[in-house]
Design a protein around this ligand. Structure first.
Ligand SMILES: NC(=O)c1ccc[n+]([C@@H]2O[C@H](COP(=O)([O-])OP(=O)(O)OC[C@H]3O[C@@H](n4cnc5c(N)ncnc54)[C@H](OP(=O)(O)O)[C@@H]3O)[C@@H](O)[C@H]2O)c1
Length: 276
């Protein structure tokens, strides 16, 4: 039977833009109590208003997922305001184009601290409460590149693979406590991701190699997330062909390398133009 979402409490990291913001609004439309978190307060407040306009309740809790204390505060303030935490959506993250050997150790560690350890912090802060409640749902935003590593995004792909493995393993650890774990695998999604990527990669222009036909909207991803909240499933593939494609990529590695080589050659050209 589908779960009733009205009145349920969801905390979302990375809710100031893109997939997180679209999911916040979709959860508001489902009548949920939405706790929006990220670093940029103005954007969070604007999205919170959209959640309210859609019919939900909203609370803004600014939080950098690289901080243990701030993530714990996110959970504490959620419970203070709404009395429980039904869903933790660990979604905050970023990536950028860079050859592995050009990435300094600090930047490499930083992306793991946000994408992977940020997710771990959300899980660790939410789980004790969910176990006590004997109910809860953890949703983790990985990526298709967590299954098929993308050249020149190796560091980013590695964080997404780590999130994928975390979610897959955690699922059976917490199953006896009535806690569900779902991992989300978006393909290229039209969000601020590519602007952030360009800035962090030292480029002025946004460059996205993926043909338009293979891009999806954040609203589409959000609808699939909400569907999974109603009927929890282990994996969310907003583009169904990508699920099939990632399985084929594992079965036919030579074909995968052929496809990725073409993609890598385009990025190599951009990097050469940038003098890298
Ligand atoms: N767009 C894609 O093509 C794509 C594909 C596959 C997977 N994904 C994944 O989807 C997730 C959401 O990305 P998006 O596409 O929606 O990109 P986006 O529009 O750039 O949103 C990223 C969100 O993460 C937040 N964030 C970044 N660093 C943070 C930190 N240290 N602490 C707290 N929040 C932080 C940002 O908010 P603030 O800057 O305000 O903190 C923003 O709200 C990411 O995990 C990304 O890896 C994206």
């Amino acid at each position: 039977m589908a779960r009733e979402l009205k009145g349920k409490v969801i905390a979302i990291t990375g809710a100031s833009a893109g997939i997180g913001a679209a999911t916040a609004v979709a959860c508001g439309a489902a009548g949920m109590k939405v706790v929006l978190s990220a670093r940029r307060v103005e954007q969070l407040e604007a999205t919170a208003q959209r959640v309210r306009d859609a019919g939900g309740e909203a609370l803004v809790v600014p939080c950098d997922v690289a901080s243990d204390a701030q993530v714990q505060q996110l959970v504490d303030r959620t419970v203070e305001a709404f009395g429980s935490l039904d869903v933790m959506f660990a979604n905050a993250g970023y990536g950028f184009l860079m050859p592995v050997e050009r990435l300094d150790a600090g930047a490499h560690e930083k992306i793991f601290d946000v994408n992977y350890f940020g997710t771990v912090r959300c899980v660790n802060a939410a789980l004790p409460l969910m176990k006590k409640q004997q109910a809860g749902h953890i949703v983790i935003t990985s990526s298709i590149v967590g299954r098929v590593g993308l050249p020149f995004y190796a560091h980013y792909s590695a964080t997404k693979a780590a999130q994928d493995a975390l979610g897959t393993a955690l699922r059976l650890e917490v199953e006896p406590y009535g806690v569900d774990v779902s991992v989300l695998y978006p393909i290229g999604t039209k969000t601020e991701f590519f602007e952030v990527s360009a800035k962090l990669g030292g480029r002025d222009t946004i460059m996205e190699n993926t043909p338009e036909v293979f891009m999806q909207s954040a609203d589409h991803v959000a609808r699939r997330v909400v569907k999974c909240l109603r009927r929890p499933c282990p994996e969310i593939w907003p583009a169904r062909w990508a699920h099939f494609g990632s399985s084929m990529a594992t079965l036919f590695p030579r074909l995968t390398r052929w496809g990725l080589r073409k993609h890598a050659n385009k990025d190599r050209k951009v990097l050469r133009e940038m003098g890298m």
